[in-house]
Design a protein around this ligand. Structure first.
Ligand SMILES: Nc1ncnc2c1ncn2[C@@H]1O[C@H](COP(=O)(O)OP(=O)(O)O)[C@@H](O)[C@H]1O
Ligand SMILES: [Mg+2]
Length: 316
């Protein structure tokens, strides 16, 4: 099966509010698909639709080759889901939480025991294995909630902002564990609003804003497409009238502030040459120079901003 998830014109409305506005999605088997967007964009709603927890208002979806609208229960048997909201049994210990989850999924006893040990260790829960869920921190509870989902076999796992509330080392631990599982053949649908995470983890990324998908690509291609702009910083020793000297240069935005010239441009090589020439002919020495490619974070912010702007103008 080439695609684990295929959705077409997927729509979810609440009254006259549209949370998911006719989106198309295709997620390749064995890949990590990142679903990115600001708060309220429609990430959780899309995940609830794809996992058959809520019915769509319109559209089609095929999950693991199954028509998910006709046969939601068949889909649910084959997937794992970690929702955004916390879910735990207060009086159960950490190890019992994993154990019980495995029982619920009818995992054979021997395998269950092995997996509990593997997950306690992978999610750094060994020291607190006997503690009750009520007596551990929110971050630790989240780790238990994510860990227990790995108790059962599945082909496709949905994770809704799984790293929220985790400290940096727990976060990295989880992302690396996911990578290992994907090597073993699991497919992951992963929502986040943290760009670094998506960049570190995901093979493909879709950006959603106000219920609409506004970009889909690999992190690398998103950068190439939207991130041609670079930022150049030139440190100079002189405080002369630099702004006036550079004011004629085209194809860029230049700012000058206490010895640092900052340039944003799509034609950074050309612009840089021009600036250096002008500085040299005015005997202004350059002390330091750096060229920074645009980060995925900046691309995300600018893609979302542009989509908001075009929504506003077309809505008038
Ligand atoms: N049950 C519901 N009834 C009405 N509006 C909802 C419901 N669930 C979600 N929404 C709205 O749909 C939009 C998308 O929500 P959500 O999918 O949770 O966003 P995200 O997960 O990207 O932060 C939000 O404006 C939210 O308020
Ligand atoms: Mg959400």
């Amino acid at each position: 099966m080439l695609y684990c998830i295929e959705a077409r014109s997927l729509l979810k409305s609440y009254g006259n509010f549209t949370a998911v506005d006719g989106i198309d999605l295709r997620v390749q088997s064995g890949k990590i698909f990142g679903f990115l967007g600001p708060n309220g964009a429609g990430k959780t709603t899309t995940m609830k639709l794809l996992t058959t927890l809520i019915p769509p208002t319109g559209g089609q979806m095929n999950i693991l080759g199954i028509d998910a609208i006709k046969s939601p229960l068949e889909v649910r048997k084959k997937i794992g889901v970690v929702l955004q909201q916390p879910s735990y049994e207060p009086t159960l210990s950490v190890e019992k939480s994993l154990e019980k989850y495995g029982m619920m999924w009818n995992v054979e006893k021997k395998i269950r025991k092995e997996r509990v040990e593997e997950l306690l260790s992978a999610f750094d829960l060994v020291e607190i294995r006997k503690k009750k869920n009520d007596d551990i921190s929110i971050g630790q509870r989240r780790r238990v909630q994510v860990a227990r989902e790995f108790m059962h076999d599945m082909e496709l796992l949905f994770l809704d902002e799984p790293t929220v509330g985790l400290d940096p080392s727990a976060r990295r631990g989880l992302l690396d564990y996911i990578k290992v599982k994907v090597k073993d053949g699991l497919t992951i649908f992963f929502t986040t609003h943290i760009l670094e995470e998506a960049e570190y983890l995901c093979d493909d990324i879709a950006i959603i804003n106000k219920g609409k998908i506004i970009a889909v690509d690999t992190p690398e291609d998103l950068k190439n497409k939207f991130g041609r702009e670079k930022t150049i910083k030139i440190h100079i020793s002189e405080q002369k009238n630099v702004s006036a000297l550079l004011s004629e240069i085209q194809d860029c935005k230049i700012e000058y502030n206490s010895g640092i010239i900052t340039v944003h441009s799509n034609k950074s090589e050309l612009v840089l040459q021009n600036i250096l020439q002008i500085l040299a002919s005015n005997h202004i020495p350059v002390e330091d120079l750096s060229v920074v490619p645009t980060s995925l974070e900046e691309i995300f912010l600018s893609v979302v901003k542009n989509s908001n702007a075009s929504n506003n103008s077309s809505g008038q």
